[in-house]
Design a binder for this molecule. Structure first.
Ligand code: HEM
Length: 540
């Protein structure tokens, strides 16, 4: 059979899916009466505005004009539910459990990018995988990794110092994602897998490079065509979607190679682990192998199921942490007073004339450090949207009454099976009722002066939704918080960050993750130029 035959079938299949979508969209939907904007176009609905405008811009507009429960349009006039209402989010992400799921299309995307790990699993499979992995990322397990995080951050400072001294620069402009990425990757490799990405080996170097390019090459700024394809993908049946991974596009080819490389390294790592010999090892993979070995038979992973978890953890944990740290440094560089205040707090536990001191510090006892991190993950939320689908008819509770277009007032929302939901993390994180009247500015002191009021329990960390919520909340959030605390502590005590000419042009672009880019230079990808200088101990 010619290799073209499957593609002809797929293209025809997609054509019929589009026809079906158009037919279905013409029927009156139960979301029709909800407040919402007119579609920008028949083919893209409102999805281009949501995915292509700077992160937050369109979401905040929706929230301000239409409220926290909104009907938006997808391709062919199909209705989608957009929510930022805390009670509705709590129900969708926590109470409903596996009745509201990640759609097959969303899981297909995740599985293509990070192998078939916990992130792309659903239902009992997800429950089983999460059950084994979660304890390796608990509070004390994550705190135990702090010496590794601090060491990697200190090495980063030292490398920068050597570079700056050899070039004789007082202030060096660095692209922050490039500056941070090798150190954060190494910290993740050592803490999660006891794997040193700096060791020799062609596969290590290739995989490290692949991980660094992961978001930009695999996803990147979506074109209108990509927004349209993502919009209709949710209607494509699994039998038609699965072969798409072999579609000859450069992005998919990159992801296929990435998953292949990762699985190769993961198998070597897993084979080198032994539940009997590794009881004292503190890295997450050793803990997972031990937990898996001691678990009752029906929950256990096979080695083949375990390998994709390595790719998943690296895929889910690297870009998110590098990007969050990048936004923290950006905010500190553009808010000099807060940078000074943070450094003062750090010097209160590690004196300025003793910045090489490696003694233990309890980061949880540094209120301003934690306020800066929380405020940045709130304001510069790295995952702007979460996507879900109902598997049965649902009645969703709301925080307050909603006036529909017909004038009907509803106190809860009835939606049918198969409704696609977009949870707006970015709009929830800017809700003035929760975070204060000035929620749309970056102000870390709100965490210390009682401005934050969150009556509905939503997210895992201080009610922020930045790490998701419920049974699918970020597995690595405590690990990520410990890592961010350690990096910010080490970097701010030795380095000063400041805005440069291009810093004013920084845009928050939606590449599934909120990536910084320089306006007018989007084709160069992820860019966050900041000036860095070594702190002279006589100044602060
Ligand atoms: C600042 C850094 C991070 C942010 C902002 C972040 C954010 C998130 C969010 C929002 C989700 C939920 C996705 C959804 O519900 O659809 C998630 C899931 C996940 N994260 Fe993170 N994450 C971060 C760091 C990490 C790290 C360091 C790891 C591991 C080393 C990790 C591993 C995971 C995994 C495995 C999932 C899937 C959980 C599941 O489906 O049960 N993340 N993350």
């Amino acid at each position: 059979m010619s290799i073209y035959v499957p593609w002809v079938l797929i293209v025809h299949g997609l054509f019929f899916v589009c026809l079906y979508g158009a037919w279905k969209a013409k029927r009156k939907s139960p979301l029709d009466d909800l407040p919402g904007p007119p579609p920008e176009s028949f083919l893209l609905g409102n999805l281009r505005q949501l995915m292509r405008e700077q992160v937050g811009t369109y979401d905040i507009k929706l929230q301000d004009i239409y409220g926290m429960v909104v009907r938006i349009k997808a391709p062919f006039g199909e209705d989608r539910l957009w929510v930022s209402d805390p009670k509705a989010i709590q129900y969708i992400l926590q109470t409903s459990r596996y009745n509201i799921v990640k759609s097959y299309a969303a899981r297909f995307g995740l599985n293509s990018a990070t192998g078939r790990g916990v992130n792309g699993a659903e239902g009992p499979d997800h429950y089983r995988q999460r059950r084994i992995i979660l304890p390796a990322f608990g509070h004390s397990e994550s705190r135990a990794q702090i010496p590794i995080f601090r060491q990697c951050a200190r090495e980063l400072v030292q490398e920068f110092q050597n570079r700056a001294e050899s070039l004789g620069d007082d202030v060096r402009e660095e692209n922050i994602p490039e500056f941070l990425s090798p150190a954060v990757l190494n910290a993740l490799g050592l803490a999660a897998f006891n794997y040193d990405f700096r060791d020799d080996g062609e596969d290590r170097a290739e995989f490290a490079a692949s991980l660094r390019d992961f978001m930009a090459k695999g996803f990147g700024l979506p074109s209108d065509l990509k927004v349209f394809c993502q919009g209709v993908m949710v209607r494509v049946p699994p039998w038609l979607l699965d072969p798409m991974i072999y579609f000859p596009s450069s992005g998919l080819a990159f992801l296929r190679r990435h998953v292949h490389l990762s699985n190769g390294i993961a198998r070597t790592l897993i084979q080198s682990r032994s539940p009997e010999d590794d009881v004292d090892k503190k890295d997450a993979l050793s803990r997972i192998v031990i937990a898996n070995h001691s678990d009752a038979g029906r929950w256990q992973f096979t080695d083949e199921e375990l390998a994709p978890q390595v790719c998943t953890l690296l895929g889910a944990g690297l870009e998110t942490t590098v990007t969050s740290l990048g936004w923290i440094l950006f905010e500190l560089a553009t808010h000099a007073d807060e940078q000074r205040q943070l450094r003062d707090e750090i010097y209160s536990v590690r004196p300025a004339d003793n910045v090489d001191d490696t003694g233990t510090v309890n980061f949880d006892k540094l209120p301003f450090l934690n306020a800066v991190i929380k405020e940045t993950v709130r304001f510069d939320v790295v995952v702007p949207h979460l996507f879900r689908e109902t598997t049965r008819d649902e009645v969703i509770p709301l925080s307050g009454p909603v006036v529909c277009r017909s004038g009907t007032v509803i106190k809860e929302l009835c939606i049918p099976q198969g409704t696609h939901i977009i949870i707006s993390d970015v709009a929830y994180n800017r809700n003035r009722d929760i975070w204060g009247e000035d929620a749309d500015i970056w102000r870390p002191s709100r965490w210390l002066d009682g401005s934050v009021k969150s009556p509905t329990s939503v997210g895992v960390w201080s009610n922020l939704i930045s790490f998701g919520a419920g049974h699918r909340a970020c597995l690595g959030w405590q690990f990520a918080v410990a890592e961010m605390q350690a990096f910010v502590f080490e970097l701010i005590s030795r380095l000063k960050f400041e805005a440069m000419e291009k810093t004013a042009l920084i845009r928050r672009e939606n590449c599934l993750v909120t990536l910084p880019m320089v306006g007018g230079e989007e084709q160069k990808g992820n860019q966050l130029p900041l000036g860095i200088s070594i702190i002279n101990h006589s100044e602060k």
